[in-house]
Design a binder for this molecule. Structure first.
Ligand code: MLT
Length: 326
């Protein structure tokens, strides 16, 4: 007995020491879930599913995309923050990761503490759209119409924390108007409402809007980036049409729960870097106006720094606007 106990202890110490290495070599050995904080069919979902297909080839396991909607993306962010940190649950999220702290006072996650960062993915411009039969034909007419009819205009968005909400709020602030806001679980359903002319205005990412702009299904008033974008070279920015300093650019990053084994994060990150170069991903993103981030931004360190800098950028703006929702 006295001889067997130390042997058992030594054996379990060896097993424990070997366990992480064995896990790293086997990882991933089963499907991985990629959580999308907004509705299926919308712009975040498009990026997630296109990327998921490439990641799956790289990792040799299915990437199961799961849409967990609600509260402007904060429910999904909380879900992943509190998920098992075993390398099998990841989150793709955008600017909402950095704006949520200013908007909500009861978050169940901390963007700076709850995650193991994986890396950034794409930057996406936004576009300002009206329903097809909204009277204004261009931005100059839209500005005039919005000021004269603000109380009759319905603005669709995906709730506080969504970039459609951020863009729509900045737009109202720039025009000095207040529209009626209609929140959806994502801009996928918000776009369906715009196409059905149940709402008047939507600010949304090119990853969803370009096909509708090309088909002439909507009124298109301009892009929200500081510079014109190569995919829509004739489309003026909102800034050049009178909204001085107006800029909203969407960035997407990937996160795992804090405590996820570094070997798993590193393996996922190397698959991400390969996926971001794949012709299927780069081709589709180019068609939809999205820009793959440079290699130095495809890292955990870069995403961590970026989230912090975006929190510092947006918190004073949102607090000054009194945009806290609870
Ligand atoms: C979505 O994927 O539905 C959008 O990213 C929501 C948003 O406007 O943030």
């Amino acid at each position: 007995m006295t001889l067997r106990l130390p042997f058992a202890t030594a054996l379990s110490a060896i097993v424990l020491t070997l366990a992480p290495a064995a896990q790293a070599a086997d990882y991933p050995s089963r499907p991985i879930t990629l959580i999308v904080p907004f509705a299926a069919g919308g712009p975040t979902d498009v990026v997630a599913r296109t990327l998921g297909a490439e990641l799956s080839k790289e990792l040799g396991q299915p990437i199961v995309v799961e849409n967990r909607t609600g509260a402007g993306g904060t429910l999904a962010a909380a879900y992943v923050a509190n998920a098992e940190p075993d390398g099998y649950t990841y989150l793709i999220h955008h600017n909402g990761m950095a704006t949520a702290t200013a908007l909500y006072s009861n978050l169940k996650f901390d963007p700076l503490k709850s995650y193991a960062y994986v890396g950034e993915v794409v930057d996406v411009p936004m576009t300002l759209l009206g329903r097809k039969n909204l009277p204004p034909a261009n931005m100059a007419e839209f500005i005039e119409y919005a000021r004269a009819n603000a109380d009759k205009i319905n603005l669709a968005n995906a709730g506080p924390g969504a970039v459609s909400q951020l863009c729509g709020s900045l737009l109202q602030q720039a025009l000095g108007v207040k529209f009626t806001t209609i929140p959806y679980q994502g801009t996928g359903p918000a776009m369906a409402a715009l196409l059905g002319e149940q709402v008047d205005v939507l600010c949304d990412q090119t990853t969803q809007t370009i096909p509708h702009i090309a088909a002439g299904n909507v009124k298109f008033y301009g892009v929200t980036t500081q510079e014109r974008i190569s995919k829509l070279p004739d489309a003026p920015t909102l800034e050049e049409q009178g909204l001085k300093g107006f800029e909203v650019k969407v960035w997407h990053g990937i996160y795992a729960p804090a405590g996820t084994p570094p070997a798993a994060v590193s393996r996922f990150n190397s698959a991400l870097k390969t996926a971001l170069k794949s012709p299927a991903f780069t081709g589709k993103m180019a068609d939809l106006g999205a820009e793959i981030v440079s290699e130095d931004r495809q890292t955990p360190e870069s995403l961590q720094k970026w989230v912090k800098s975006e929190i510092d950028k947006w918190t004073p703006v949102l607090k000054a606007e009194g945009m806290n929702v609870n």
